[in-house]
Design a binder for this molecule. Structure first.
Ligand SMILES: Cc1ncc(COP(=O)(O)O)c(C=O)c1O
Length: 378
């Protein structure tokens, strides 16, 4: 089955012998034990529950993996995966990873003896140079946030395999519609399912997908032990949302290309950042490892005052954090999503006060262009 067919027909809930067309929402936290002394799949819902299982089956299929896991948030997924490791283990992270991931390593897992080095993962030499004898995994996001730098996933996998490390990829920004890291050799894929998988800005959720049975066993153990689980209702909402995942992502990406065509030539815009922009040094890699640049881009205007007026003047797009929903959201990384980094470090990396990030939705592109035009020209 092709992606869009799988997204719609990949999981059908068998319910009392009837194959449902939709998915059944099972809210039960406990299930009758059928036979004394015999283990059954569903006993207690922290361990396993039918609707979460349906979501887990579907996300595994869409990411070309064997085992999927549903978590209560993207951070719950990332934290539960890192609970596989032990004190003294070292990890190489991308510099531009999501701030929350940086925070759990820097402020929580460091207390348990985890060691982390943050490098520019677009430079494979830097990645290899950061590896130590106690390194256990390389963690990347591609494209990065908010400057949309591209990391060569196959290149990272080759380094990881050479040094017997795991490759962990947070695939939130592109979704499995555009990029499937397990097909490129990665070991673990993570998602903030709050974004494209949920798609409507009304669910906080996370996911992990793996192929290896041994990794699945460890993640399942952590998921059950810690209990950072996706609820049945959110699992059911996600199953419903994912049926339209491909349509939403493709439409948002089409809108993005149209908005970029407009912004590139606007006199108030200095520079645009997008994975397949000719000025992006990772363009060729992006085109090899993904089927598009996605629906998130950034651009700079000339002054901070101009940026402020832009946010205040938008009528269609919303000034808000997050991405991946049907609504176009614009945000100011410097004061909203990247506050945990010192100002000088942000500026050095290009996260200036004049940088605006856009997560494009599925509205009519002409309305979006009109909205951006009036807001830029206010
Ligand atoms: C790339 C990325 N990974 C992980 C997360 C964390 O996800 P959640 O907010 O669902 O915990 C986010 C949230 O913005 C994100 O953008």
């Amino acid at each position: 089955m092709k992606f869009e067919t799988k997204a719609i027909h990949g999981v059908r809930t068998p319910d009392k012998g009837i194959e449902n067309w939709g998915n059944t929402l099972h809210l039960a936290t406990t299930f009758p034990i059928k036979e004394y002394g015999v283990l059954q799949e569903f006993e207690y819902a922290r361990v396993a529950s039918p609707t979460r299982k349906d979501f887990e089956t579907l996300i595994a299929q869409l990411e070309s993996g064997k085992h999927g896991f549903g978590f209560s948030s993207g951070m719950a997924a990332t934290s539960s995966v890192f609970m596989m490791f032990k004190a003294g283990d070292h990890f190489v992270f991308g510099l531009d990873i999501y701030g929350g991931t940086y925070r759990i390593m820097h402020d929580i897992f460091n207390k348990f003896g985890f060691e982390a080095t943050f490098v520019d993962t677009t430079d494979l030499q830097q990645v290899e140079a950061a590896i130590r004898s106690n390194t256990k995994a390389i963690f990347i996001e591609s494209p990065s946030n908010p400057l949309l730098d591209v990391t060569d996933i196959r290149g990272i996998v080759a380094i990881a395999q050479k040094h017997h490390l795991l490759t962990i990829v947070d695939n939130t920004f592109l979704s499995p519609v555009l990029q499937r890291p397990l097909e490129l050799g990665a070991d673990i894929v993570l998602h903030s399912a709050t974004k494209y998988l949920g798609g409507h800005n009304d669910i906080i959720a996370g996911a992990a997908v793996v192929n290896r049975d041994d990794l699945a066993e460890q993640i399942r153990f952590n998921q059950v032990a810690v209990g950072a689980l996706l609820s049945p209702f959110d699992s059911w909402l996600l199953l419903r949302s994912m049926k339209t995942l491909k349509l939403r992502v493709e439409k948002a990406q089409e809108n993005t290309l149209k908005l970029l065509d407009f912004l590139r030539h606007h006199p108030e815009v200095e520079k645009v950042y997008y994975p397949t922009e000719v000025t992006n040094k990772g363009k060729a890699i992006q085109e090899k490892q993904a089927s598009g640049g996605g629906a998130v881009f950034s651009f700079t205007v000339k002054t901070e005052e101009k940026a402020k007026r832009f946010f205040e003047s938008l009528k269609v797009a919303l000034f808000a954090v997050s991405l991946g929903g049907v609504e176009t959201l614009v945000t100011h990384p410097s004061t909203l999503t990247h506050t945990e980094f010192p100002e000088e470090e942000k500026v050095a990396r290009g996260v200036t006060r004049t940088l605006i990030r856009v997560a494009v939705g599925i509205e009519d592109p002409e309305d979006l262009i009109e909205d951006f035009k009036q807001a830029l020209e206010k």
